[in-house]
Write a protein that binds this ligand. Structure first.
Ligand code: ADP
Ligand code: ZN
Ligand code: ZN
Length: 803
C-alpha cells in the first residue's frame, strides 16, 4: 500500500516527526513528494509537507487519508528535503521550522476559524450571526458575551460546527491589462472620423501597430503621453478589451544599469581566477578562502567566475552579509548579466519574494544574489557559491533555526559537487584556521586593483591626551576635524564611523550617578533627540527624558555617550556649511531610503557620510579620501571572546573605504587604547599578524577555533524558577557528556533580563564529543518536555556572541 510521510505545520516536540497518511484514489498516480498537503490532524486540518513516499504492508491499523494537495507543483525538491532533514538535526531545531525558513513567507499558511450551520437554526440567528450565509469567518472578539453563549449552546446541540480553513497566500497576483479589440478595418474607419481628438488618434494609430499586445492603462498612457481618462473612454467605447494577466513582481527589473564587460584582471586576480576556474570546470567540490585586501578587486573576480560558471551551463549563488550591501552588488552584477539575475533579501515584499523564488525554481534564473536566507534559493545545478565578507556574523541567524549560511552553503556545494568561494579582507578565525589545516585552499590578493591605488595611510590619535589637553570630553580630535575641513575644501569626501556596538548615548545624573533603565530589560535606555524620548532598543519601551533625577531630585541630568544624531549635530556646529548625511538604522527604516542616501553620496551631494557599522562594509566611492573612526574601541571591553576580532575587522574594513581610486587615502583612528593589539594591527592593516596574535589568545583560553562552542540558554518570567531550570539542565547534561568537554556555568547571560524574561546560560567547549549530539537531542526533547510551560530552552551551535 502506497503511503506518504508528512511533516505537519506545527512546531512542537510531539509533531517533530513524520506522520503516515494514506493517499486518496485520485492522487495515487501523482508524485506527491515535496508537495504541500492538507491533512486531518486530531480534530482539525493542518497544512503539511510530504517528505517521503513509502510502501507500507497493508496492516490492520487505520490510516487517515490526505484531504487534498495545495499547489500544482511540489515546493520542496529532493535536495531541499535532504537539506532540511540534516539542518534540523544539526542546529537542534524542529524540521518544520527549518522548512519554513527555507521557503518564502507567502507559503506560510494562515488558519481561519469559522462557523458553519449544519442543523436547524432560527431565521433570526441566520441573519444576525451568519449574515444570511451558511458559513462565516469567526473572530471571537466581534461578539458580545450573550452572543458567544448562544453560539456555544448551538455548538453543543450540534446545530452549528466550528471549522478551520487554510488560507493560501501564495496566489499569483493579477493585473488588469488592455488590448486592441478592433479589426484593422474598424480602426481605419474610426481614424477617418473628424471628431477624433489628437489623443484618440495617437491611441488608435498605436493600437493599429500593436495587435495582441497587452498594456496596463497607466503604462499605455505613459508611452503615448495621453491621459488615463482617454484610455478609460476608449475602453467604454469598446475599442479596448480588458483581461487579467499574472503580474511578476520583480525587484531587479526596474534597476537601470549600463552594461559592463569583464576587465583585464591584475596578476593577483588572474592567479586566483585560474585556480578557481580549474576546479569549476572539473566540477570539483572544493572550498577556497580568498584573503584579499580591501579594494583588491574581489568583486571583479566573482563576476568573471560567475560568467564562466554560467557558460558551463551551471548556476551561481552570491551571498552578501546585509541588505545595505545589496543595492551596490545587484547593480554591479546586473550590469554584467542583465536579466538572468534574481535578488533575495528580507526587505522584499512577500509577493516579490515569492515571484523571485518561483522564477528561480522554474529555471529562469541563472544567478541569485542575496542575504542569508538566499542560501536556500531553489537553484538547480549549482556550480559556484560565493560568500562575500565571509567573516560577517550576520550570516548566522540569531533565532530558530539558528543556522549559519556558511554551513548550509558548504552542504549544498557538496550536494551539487560545486565550488565554494569565501571572500574577505579579514577572514573569520575559523575559516582562516581551516585553511591552515588544508581543509580550505587559501588564496591571497595583496595589492589594490586600480593601478596606482594603495592602502591608505593610517594614524591613531590618543584620545586620553586629547581630553587632557582640552579638558573636555569632545568627540573630535583637532587632527580629525582638520582633516575633514581639508576634504571639504578639496571637494573630496569623508566617511565617519561611529562604533555603537555595546553602548550608545544614555542619560545619567551627574549628582548621584543614576542611569534610567528599561523596566522590562536589564539595559540602559537610549537617548533619542528627534523624538525627545528614552527608548529601549530591545523591547521598544519609551519614556520622556526626565528633567530632574527621580532618585536625588538634582537637575544635573546629562547626556553620556555618543550617538550618530549627537555627533552629526556637533559636526554641523563645528564646521560651517558642511553637508552631512547619516546612515544608521534610524535613517534607513523607510523603504528605498538606504539606496537614496548611498546614491546621493555617490553623486557628491554630501561631504560626509556618518554612520554605524553600516558605513564600514563594501562601499566603493572613488572620491572618499578620508575615513575617521570616532570611537574605535567601544567594542573592546564587551564580555565576549570575539571582541578583539570584531574590533579589528571593523577598523580594517572601514579603513578600506579610503583611497580606493588614484587619490591616496588617509585614515584617522581615535582611541583610548592606542596600544591595544587589535587597534594597532588594524592601523597596520596587517591581517596575518592579527591572526597569529589572536590565535595565541584563543589557544590559551580554549576558545574557537581550537574548541567548538555551544550555548544552552533558558529563559522564563520568574527569576528563581528559571535559575532552577538551568541547574536542572546542568545536572542533566554533565554526566552524559565526554569528561573532556568543558562545561561553563550556569551563569546569568550578559543581558540577564530582557522583555521581562530572565536569561541563564551554560557554555560547552569541546573538540570531539561522541555523546554530544545524543545528549543535546534528548535535552531538547525528553528534558524540555518536562519544563514548565513558560520556560524556554534554546541550543545554539557555534554562537557568534555570548552576550
Ligand atoms: P574588493 O571587493 O576587493 O574590496 P572591488 O571589487 O570593489 O574590491 O574593487 C575595487 C576597485 O577596483 C573597484 O573600483 C573596481 O572597479 C576596480 N577594479 C577591480 N578589478 C580591476 C582591474 N582588473 N583593473 C582595474 N580596476 C579594477
Ligand atoms: Zn541623582
Ligand atoms: Zn526593554
Amino acid at each position: 500500500m502506497k503511503t506518504v510521510s508528512v511533516i505537519v505545520d506545527l512546531p512542537t516536540r510531539q509533531t517533530n516527526q513524520p506522520f503516515t497518511y494514506a493517499i486518496p484514489d485520485d492522487l495515487l498516480d501523482f508524485d506527491l513528494l515535496g508537495h504541500r498537503v492538507r491533512v486531518p490532524f486530531g480534530r482539525r486540518f493542518l497544512m503539511g509537507y510530504v517528505v517521503a513516499v513509502d510502501q507500507k504492508p497493508a496492516g490492520d491499523f487505520q490510516l487517515k487519508t490526505i484531504e487534498s494537495i495545495v499547489d500544482k507543483q511540489p515546493i520542496l525538491n529532493h535536495e531541499m528535503l535532504a537539506l532540511s532533514d540534516w539542518l534540523a538535526r544539526y542546529v537542534f531545531s524542529y524540521r518544520v521550522q527549518v522548512i519554513q525558513a527555507m521557503l518564502p513567507n507567502a507559503f506560510k499558511p494562515r488558519y481561519l476559524k469559522g462557523l458553519k450551520i449544519v442543523g436547524d437554526v432560527s431565521k433570526e440567528l441566520r441573519q444576525t450571526i451568519f449574515l444570511g450565509n451558511d458559513e462565516i469567518e469567526f473572530l471571537a472578539k466581534n461578539y458580545d458575551p450573550q452572543q458567544t453563549a448562544m453560539i456555544n449552546e448551538l455548538i453543543r446541540q450540534g446545530k452549528i460546527v466550528q471549522t478551520t480553513t487554510i488560507e493560501k497566500k501564495n496566489k499569483a497576483k493579477t493585473v488588469k491589462v488592455l488590448s486592441a479589440k478592433l479589426s484593422a478595418g474598424e480602426l481605419s474607419e474610426l481614424l477617418k472620423s473628424r471628431r477624433r481628438s489628437e489623443a484618440q488618434k495617437k491611441l488608435l494609430i498605436f493600437l493599429a501597430d500593436h495587435e495582441n499586445v497587452f498594456f496596463q492603462s497607466k503604462e499605455l498612457a505613459d508611452i503615448l503621453d495621453i491621459s488615463v481618462s482617454t484610455i478609460a473612454t476608449a475602453e467604454k467605447n469598446n475599442w479596448l478589451e480588458k483581461s487579467q494577466m499574472p503580474l511578476t513582481r520583480n525587484p531587479v527589473k526596474n534597476i537601470s544599469v549600463k552594461k559592463t564587460k569583464a576587465v583585464k584582471l591584475t596578476a593577483d586576480q588572474q592567479s586566483v581566477f585560474d585556480q578557481l576556474l580549474a576546479s569549476i570546470t572539473k566540477g570539483e567540490n572544493k572550498t577556497f578562502l580568498l584573503e584579499g585586501i580591501t579594494g583588491s578587486g574581489k568583486t571583479e573576480v566573482y563576476l568573471q567566475l560567475i560568467e564562466k560558471t554560467i557558460a558551463e551551463g551551471k548556476t551561481a549563488l552570491l551571498l552578501v552579509p546585509e541588505i545595505a550591501l545589496t543595492p551596490q552588488m545587484i547593480r554591479r552584477v546586473k550590469a554584467r548579466f542583465l536579466d538572468s539575475v534574481a535578488l533575495i533579501h528580507s526587505g522584499l515584499s512577500d509577493g516579490q519574494r515569492l515571484d523571485q523564488w518561483e522564477e528561480i525554481r522554474d529555471g529562469k534564473i541563472k544567478i541569485v544574489i542575496g542575504t542569508r536566507s538566499a542560501v536556500f534559493s531553489p537553484l538547480s545545478n549549482i556550480g559556484l557559491i560565493i560568500i562575500d565578507e565571509e567573516h560577517e556574523t550576520n550570516y548566522k541567524q540569531e533565532d530558530n533555526p539558528r543556522y549559519h549560511a556558511r554551513d548550509v552553503a558548504l552542504w549544498r556545494a557538496k550536494y551539487h559537487k560545486a565550488v565554494t568561494l569565501l571572500g574577505s579582507a579579514t577572514p573569520s578565525l575559523e575559516s582562516r584556521a581551516r585553511a591552515q589545516k588544508g581543509l580550505f585552499q587559501l588564496l591571497t590578493m595583496k595589492h589594490r586593483a586600480v593601478s596606482g591605488a594603495v592602502l591608505p595611510k593610517v594614524s591613531i590619535v590618543d584620545m586620553r591626551e586629547v581630553w587632557q589637553r582640552q579638558h573636555a570630553d569632545s568627540d573630535f580630535s583637532p587632527e580629525l576635524l582638520d582633516a575633514i575641513k581639508q576634504r571639504q575644501l578639496n571637494h573630496e569626501q569623508s566617511i565617519l564611523l561611529l562604533n555603537r556596538r555595546g553602548f550608545s548615548s544614555f542619560v545619567m545624573c551627574r549628582n548621584c550617578g543614576y542611569v534610567p533603565h528599561c523596566p522590562n530589560c536589564n539595559v540602559s535606555l537610549t537617548l533619542h533627540m528627534d523624538s525627545h524620548s528614552l527608548n529601549c532598543h530591545y523591547c521598544g519601551y519609551e519614556e520622556a527624558i526626565p528633567n530632574t533625577c527621580p532618585v536625588c531630585g538634582s537637575h544635573q541630568i546629562r547626556y553620556v555617550g555618543t550617538g550618530t544624531e549627537k555627533v552629526a549635530a556637533k559636526l554641523n556646529s563645528l564646521i560651517t556649511g558642511i553637508k552631512l548625511v547619516r546612515l544608521d538604522q534610524d535613517t534607513t527604516r523607510k523603504k528605498g531610503s538606504l539606496e537614496k542616501i548611498l546614491s546621493d553620496f555617490a553623486a557628491r551631494k554630501y561631504d560626509v557620510l556618518l554612520g554605524t557599522q553600516m558605513v564600514a562594509k563594501g562601499l566603493d566611492f572613488p572620491d572618499v579620501t578620508l575615513v575617521g573612526a570616532i570611537n574605535a574601541d567601544v567594542g573592546l571591553n564587551l564580555p565576549d571572546y570575539r571582541s578583539g576580532e570584531k574590533t579589528f575587522e571593523l577598523l580594517t574594513q572601514v579603513a578600506g573605504r579610503a583611497g580606493r581610486d588614484q587619490k591616496t587615502g588617509e585614515v584617522i583612528i581615535q582611541s583610548f587604547n592606542p596600544d591595544n593589539y587589535a587597534i594597532k594591527l588594524a592601523a597596520d592593516q596587517n591581517y596575518e599578524a592579527f591572526y597569529k596574535s589572536e590565535m595565541l589568545l584563543r589557544h590559551l583560553a580554549d576558545y574557537p577555533p581550537y574548541f567548538y562552542t555551544i550555548q544552552i540558554a533558558v529563559s522564563g518570567p520568574d527569576q528563581f524558577l528559571t535559575s532552577q531550570a538551568i541547574d536542572q539542565v546542568s545536572a542533566f547534561i554533565r554526566p552524559q557528556l565526554d569528561p573532556k568537554t568543558i562545561v561553563l556555568g550556569p551563569t546569568p547571560k550578559a543581558i540577564a533580563k530582557l522583555r521581562n524574561r530572565y536569561y541563564f546560560q551554560i557554555i560547552l567547549k569541546y573538540k570531539a564529543d561522541q555523546n554530544l549530539e545524543n545528549t543535546l537531542t534528548s535535552l531538547q526533547t525528553d528534558f524540555a518536555e518536562k519544563l514548565s510551560k513558560n520556560i524556554y530552552l534554546s541550543i545554539d551551535r557555534d554562537p557568534v556572541s555570548f552576550i
